[in-house]
Design a protein around this ligand. Structure first.
Ligand SMILES: C[S@@+](CC[C@H](N)C(=O)[O-])C[C@H]1O[C@@H](n2cnc3c(N)ncnc32)[C@H](O)[C@@H]1O
Length: 222
């Protein structure tokens, strides 16, 4: 059975309330649909837009660029600053590079650097602090991404992890597809880890494919 996080009628209704994107974001949404590129769900894009307006990060690290859609959403809601984004696939990274060239015309005050490679290695070459880290790459490796990037997150910074409920499979064995068992088990461990971490305040939202927001309290000397 293919599980959904939210009932379809609720999802459709909520999506009908979202502002329609124009320009580059619309073009990227159409490209992603045509070429089957996974990008953040519309309600996640809107949630992130609101979060960025509230938290006002000026330095963001993104793990999993694809064609640069989510990074473009983030940049559109930053007054100024820098986004480092990491992508393993060279073809995706090239497309993202083109995206960021276009984006620069409308959002010149936000610079973007795309890093080609495995995030597990690339993160070690980057310098923090980041106000926000967005994890949206290989679902079986979130724990490693988190552990490698955590020291780069500023005190009071935010880590956002996408797809944490993975089509509902993470919430119940009833929906698990056999070949996804390892990913699901790892995601459960990751959620257990971030929801019990003494230096984080975490909430798991049942929107999109599941979104975890973790706030670094900065109470511990780590
Ligand atoms: C869901 S897509 C990212 C979508 C993008 N954040 C957006 O919403 O526009 C995940 C991307 O992560 C990349 N990826 C997978 N494993 C990775 C790794 N270990 N390091 C860096 N990127 C990785 C994939 O090639 C893919 O393009």
């Amino acid at each position: 059975m293919n599980a959904k996080i939210v009932d379809q009628h609720v999802e459709c209704y909520v999506r009908s309330l979202l502002p329609e994107h124009t320009g580059l974001l619309k073009v990227l949404e159409q490209f992603a649909k045509l070429h089957n590129v996974p990008i953040i769900h519309p309600e996640i894009a809107q949630y992130m837009s609101v979060l960025l307006e509230i938290a006002k990060p000026t330095r963001i690290l993104e793990i999993g660029t694809a064609i640069g859609y989510s990074a473009s959403v983030f940049a559109s809601h930053m007054k100024r600053g820098h986004i480092d984004t990491i992508e393993l696939n060279a073809i995706m990274a090239e497309k993202a590079r083109e995206t960021f060239e276009d984006l620069n015309k409308s959002v010149p005050e936000v610079s973007l650097s795309i890093h080609l490679g495995d995030a597990k290695d690339v993160i070690k070459t980057l310098e923090g602090p980041y106000d926000m880290i967005f994890i949206d790459a290989a679902k079986g490796h979130y724990q490693t991404f988190f552990e490698t990037a955590y020291d780069l997150l500023s005190k009071n910074g935010i880590i956002v992890s996408d797809n944490v409920l993975y089509k509902g499979m993470v919430a119940t064995d009833d929906y698990i597809v056999k070949r996804k068992i390892t990913i699901v088990k790892r995601m459960r461990k990751y959620l257990e880890f971030i929801t019990t971490h003494p230096n984080l305040e975490t909430t798991v939202l049942t929107m999109g494919d599941g979104l975890a927001i973790s706030y670094k309290k900065g109470i511990l000397n780590e």
